[in-house]
Design a protein around this ligand. Structure first.
Ligand SMILES: Cc1cc2nc3c(=O)[nH]c(=O)nc-3n(C[C@H](O)[C@H](O)[C@H](O)COP(=O)(O)OP(=O)(O)OC[C@H]3O[C@@H](n4cnc5c(N)ncnc54)[C@H](O)[C@@H]3O)c2cc1C
Ligand SMILES: *[C@@H]1O[C@H](CO)[C@@H](O)[C@H](O)[C@H]1NC(C)=O
Ligand SMILES: *[C@@H]1O[C@H](CO)[C@@H](O)[C@H](O)[C@H]1NC(C)=O
Ligand SMILES: *[C@@H]1O[C@H](CO)[C@@H](O)[C@H](O)[C@H]1NC(C)=O
Ligand SMILES: *[C@@H]1O[C@H](CO)[C@@H](O)[C@H](O)[C@H]1NC(C)=O
Length: 507
């Protein structure tokens, strides 16, 4: 992987000219050229539209200031834009839902940021088997249309997150136990290549590009302008949600570890994850348990899916509730406010040995206390470390193999797996570097611990990866080689590689 944000931060603006003064003016020239060809679609600093476009979930991204934003409305606009940007050698980035965390992940200092928010149309096919979604849509744009019809896509779990970023990196969904990740349920990608040409990628046309978009991100291959997503029957989703004090972590973590190892693959309608965090108002460490089920809502109220039977027996929950609701409502319940500083890092372990889960929790708790102390020393008002454990059970990996499989490199025989991410929210810029360094060290420490026991898998999920993590290397040599070949084929001159900066790229 080549991670461009770090290099970019050091060398400040480029626009690929030697002098920084000229460089900025070249980016402004690109903005002017865009304005000339796409009038009314460019927003300049200090305009209301610029401020609206420069709103991101992570405050660190809003502090990045592009020379201008471009707001295309159509695939043709995007073609025109890519032709102009490459002709001007103008560095750019693309924003869909703006929910990536690190600075310049979907924004670019002094470059051009393409804001897709005006391309958010959602159109259900007449046969109701698929839905066409503009690349600037959020998940709630889809559930608003599908919920009343008792239909759903394999999509994100939180309303305001972008369809494009989530789907291009993989996409963990309520429906994943049955259908794999979001990227495995895209019928067609409409995409503008580096040349400005618009093409389709699906199981019949441009198959290599279709395979690449299933987990390979956008920046190496092209700008997706529309996703055609499979649609499934889906009534209300059942959720059992409980909050436990950290002191009972042994029993809760154990029940969860056994669920991941032995339970989930027995019931593809089940979906679950566990989150640990630190909330001073609740006395310190707490554990949030989420047990979802796609069809339990059709069974008698008060009954419990068999695979979750260990959980009602757990003692000591602070909160304990069952919620039956549509996807829009669930997407609100999980919503997390933006506007503060965020990061996350991740890696993946074999879930064969429940003892490992306890080791990982103990290591995270030590790290979390360090982060809380650090925040206190910095006078921070917000310091929320988290650890999320998301199962990748074998049924999910099996479902990923349909239509030629995705590019994530996960093999059924490696499962069951558990994806561990360690996000953090804070509000003092002085803490940025040390939070990143400590979180990186935590992940390495967890990997070392698991490695000694032969339980390290090492898959890094792009959508929760920290800056500079070796996402594509973690897909395995075979997948990486294939992705590089595809990038080379569809962008032979390497325009995207040099100009589309800030996020994960295969070359
Ligand atoms: C509150 C919250 C909930 C989440 N829930 C889930 C979840 O349930 N499941 C899950 O898997 N992940 C989840 N995530 C992680 C999420 O998948 C990533 O944050 C993802 O990057 C968000 O996509 P976005 O479009 O909002 O991000 P953006 O920051 O807009 O984009 C991310 C990257 O994708 C690129 N990109 C965007 N649009 C395009 C395009 N059209 N063509 C090519 N490249 C493009 C951007 O350039 C950028 O580099 C969640 C994140 C948050 C903050
Ligand atoms: C935007 O406003 C700030 C503060 O008001 C000012 O310093 C800056 O020069 C303005 N930028 C542009 C491009 O007008
Ligand atoms: C989802 O359910 C809630 C609560 O019943 C309801 O108010 C809302 O209209 C539903 N949303 C959609 C999009 O159907
Ligand atoms: C979690 O459980 C372990 C083992 O029982 C215990 O040592 C630790 O203190 C617990 N964590 C918290 C926050 O109570
Ligand atoms: C939740 O509450 C129900 C009913 O009060 C109880 O039977 C169950 O054991 C509780 N579950 C947890 C996880 O606390």
């Amino acid at each position: 992987m080549r991670f461009t944000a770090i290099a970019f931060a050091v060398s400040t603006v480029a626009c690929l000219l030697p002098s920084p003064v000229l460089a900025t003016s070249s980016c402004f020239q690109a903005c002017e050229a865009l304005e000339a060809e796409l009038p009314g679609k460019v927003s300049h600093p200090n305009s209301t539209q610029y401020a609206a476009s420069n709103t991101y979930w992570s405050r660190r991204q809003s502090e990045v200031l592009p020379a201008c934003f471009l707001l295309p409305r159509t695939t043709e606009d995007v073609s025109t834009a890519l032709r102009i940007l490459t002709a001007h050698n103008a560095p750019f980035n693309v924003k869909a839902g703006g929910h990536s965390t690190f600075p310049s992940a979907s924004n670019i200092q002094d470059g051009v940021t393409v804001d897709l928010s005006r391309m958010n149309e959602v159109s259900l096919a007449q046969d109701r088997a698929s839905v066409s979604v503009g690349a600037g849509a959020r998940w709630s744009d889809i559930s608003r249309v599908l919920d009343p019809l008792r239909l759903a896509v394999v999509g994100g779990r939180v309303n305001e997150v972008g369809v494009a970023g989530l789907t291009l990196g993989g996409g963990i969904s309520y429906l994943s136990g049955r259908h794999g990740w979001a990227c495995d349920n895209v019928r067609n990608y409409r995409v503008v290549l580096a040349s400005g040409e618009a093409v389709d990628a699906n199981p019949d046309e441009n198959r290599d590009l279709y395979h690449a978009f299933r987990g390979g991100g956008g920046a190496s291959f092209g700008l997706v302008t529309r996703f055609d997503l499979d649609v499934f029957q889906q009534g209300d989703i059942w959720l059992h949600n409980a909050i436990f004090p950290g002191a009972v972590n042994a029993s809760v973590v154990d029940a969860f570890a056994h669920l991941v190892r032995d339970g989930l693959a027995t019931d593809p309608d089940a979906h679950s994850f566990l989150v640990l965090t630190h909330v001073p108002q609740l006395g310190g460490f707490v554990i949030l348990l989420y047990l979802y089920h796609l069809t339990q809502a059709t069974r008698p109220a008060g009954s419990y899916p068999a695979l979750y039977e260990a959980f009602p027996k757990l003692q000591g929950a602070i909160v304990n509730e069952t919620i039956v609701a549509n996807t829009s409502t669930h997407g609100d319940l999980l919503s997390e406010p933006g506007g503060i500083r965020k990061t996350w890092w991740d890696t993946t372990f074999s879930a064969r040995d429940p003892a490992l889960f306890h080791d990982l929790v103990a290591r995270w708790e030590t790290h979390a206390l360090e982060m809380v102390a650090l925040a206190e020393a910095h006078g921070a008002a917000v310091a929320t470390p988290l650890m999320a454990m998301q199962p990748i059970s074998t049924n999910i990996i099996e479902a990923m193999q349909k239509n030629g499989g995705n590019s994530l490199g996960l093999k059924v025989e490696d499962g069951p797996l558990v994806l561990v991410s360690t996000p953090m929210a804070w509000d003092v810029p002085d803490m940025d570097d040390i939070v990143e360094e400590s979180t990186e060290a935590l992940i390495r420490d967890m990997e070392r611990t698991a490695g000694e026991k032969g339980l390290l898998h090492g898959f890094k999920y792009m959508n929760y990866a920290g800056p500079g993590q070796d996402v594509f290397e973690s897909y395995g040599e075979e997948s990486l080689a294939r992705l590089r070949e595809t990038a080379e084929k569809y962008d032979p001159e390497g325009h995207l590689d040099t100009l589309w900066r800030g996020y994960f790229q295969v070359r």
